[in-house]
Each structure stands twice: as C-alpha cells, then as structure tokens.
Design a protein around this ligand. Structure first.
Ligand code: SAH
Length: 201
C-alpha cells in the first residue's frame, strides 16, 4: 500500500508514510470488509459512513504539515483510522464524531492499540473544541458547503492549517485553508456531507 498507492502517487513526507505503514487499517474496518482493508479505495464502516481511501488519508495528513509537538483536531472520527494516523504525526489529537456508536467503537480500537494521545468526543464537530484550541492543524473529513465552519477557522493557531473538502461550483474539492487567510484547492474528492446540526438524526 505504502509503495504503490502512496509513494508512487507523490506522498513524500516520511513521517506520514511511516504512520501509514504502522497503523493497522484492518482493525478499523468491520470484519466483513477486512480482506479489502488495504485496497485502493474507501470502505463502509456502518451508520452509512465510510473510511477514506488510504491515499486521501495520507494526503490530508501531509497537507497539515504537523510537527512532533503540534496538536490536531479532526472533525468526523468515523472509524478512527485517520485519527490514528494523525496521532503518529503529532503530539495529540482531539477527534469529534456526531454518531455516538461510531465514536465509542473508534475510541475502543484506539485504546486497544495504545494510541493514548487521541481524545474521542461525541457531538457536532463543526463547533470544534474551543476548550482545547488553538490547533496547529484541523482535518475535516466530511464535505462543507463552500466554506469550512467559521468556528473551526477561529480555533487555528496563527500558523495553523485546515484541510477540508468543500462543495464549490466546480464540484467537491479538497482544499487547504491557512489561518492568516489564503487557500489552495488540491484535488477533486467525494466525502459524506458535514452535518451541522447537533441534535443527531
Ligand atoms: N475520518 C474517518 C472517515 C470519516 S467519514 C475515518 O478515518 O474513518 C465522515 C464522518 O463525519 C462520518 O462518520 C460522519 O458521521 C461524521 N460527521 C459528519 N458531520 C459531522 C459533524 N458535524 N460533527 C462530527 N462528525 C460529523
């Protein structure tokens, strides 16, 4: 996976590649999907949600350019896989999931693997985690309409970066936003929508 799906397609950040090598992706997918865990695509994880393709997880992590002492926020824990990868690339991670069942499952797997620098929260991640801000990097793994939620941008450290898929006239684009303003449109992607109501289903 690391050689064919990541290195050959331009992922060069060695820390990210090492994290992708180290984190057992099969532990984050349901038993019936386990034999497909390392294939080059997204997988179903329950509650109608998906775990992103390895290349997307690696790209989003690399775009945050995290240092070993940095702190990261993830919105959309899902299986916990991307949070696990992030946790190998920085000091600590707060990740928020609106489905309590997914959050609990992800927290369980992360605990079993000993990734104790990840805090999993249940709730509306579009509000971020103001009590833990600022963050050096924020990764949103669900698509926002046009712009990422303002609360998240406000929780970035002065040099921070936020990576988020946004729906624009040109389709769904993975975009990197900088704390001081400025953004770069990276690649065309498909994510589930970011749901901005705290009440659940
Ligand atoms: N990063 C995940 C994949 C995320 S799929 C992984 O590695 O497996 C997107 C997730 O975002 C879904 O689980 C969905 O429930 C969640 N989500 C959508 N809107 C949200 C919101 N406002 N707050 C928190 N989680 C949200």
């Amino acid at each position: 996976m690391v050689e064919r799906q990541l290195r050959r397609r331009g992922i060069s950040d060695e820390r990210v590649l090492r994290a992708m090598e180290e984190v057992p992706r099969e532990r984050f997918v349901p038993p019936e999907e386990r034999k497909r865990a390392y294939r080059d695509g997204a997988l179903r994880i329950g509650e109608g949600q998906t775990i992103s393709q390895p290349w997307i997880v690696a790209s989003m992590t690399a775009l945050l350019e995290l240092g070993p002492n940095d702190r990261a926020l993830e919105v959309g824990t899902g299986s916990g896989y991307a949070a696990a990868v992030l946790s190998r690339c920085c000091r600590e991670v707060v990740t928020i999931e609106r489905h309590a069942s997914l959050a609990e499952e992800a927290a369980g797997v992360l605990r079993e693997l000993g990734y104790d620098n990840v805090e999993v929260r249940t709730g509306d991640g579009s509000r971020g985690a103001p009590d833990r801000a600022p963050f050096d990097g924020i990764s949103v793994t669900a698509t926002a309409e046009r712009e990422p939620p303002a609360a998240l941008v406000d929780q970035l450290a002065p040099h921070g970066r936020l990576v988020c898929p946004v729906r624009t006239a040109g389709g769904e684009r993975l975009t990197r936003f900088h704390a001081g303003g400025g953004k770069e449109s990276m690649v065309s992607v498909r994510f589930v929508p970011l749901v901005e109501d705290p009440g659940g289903d």
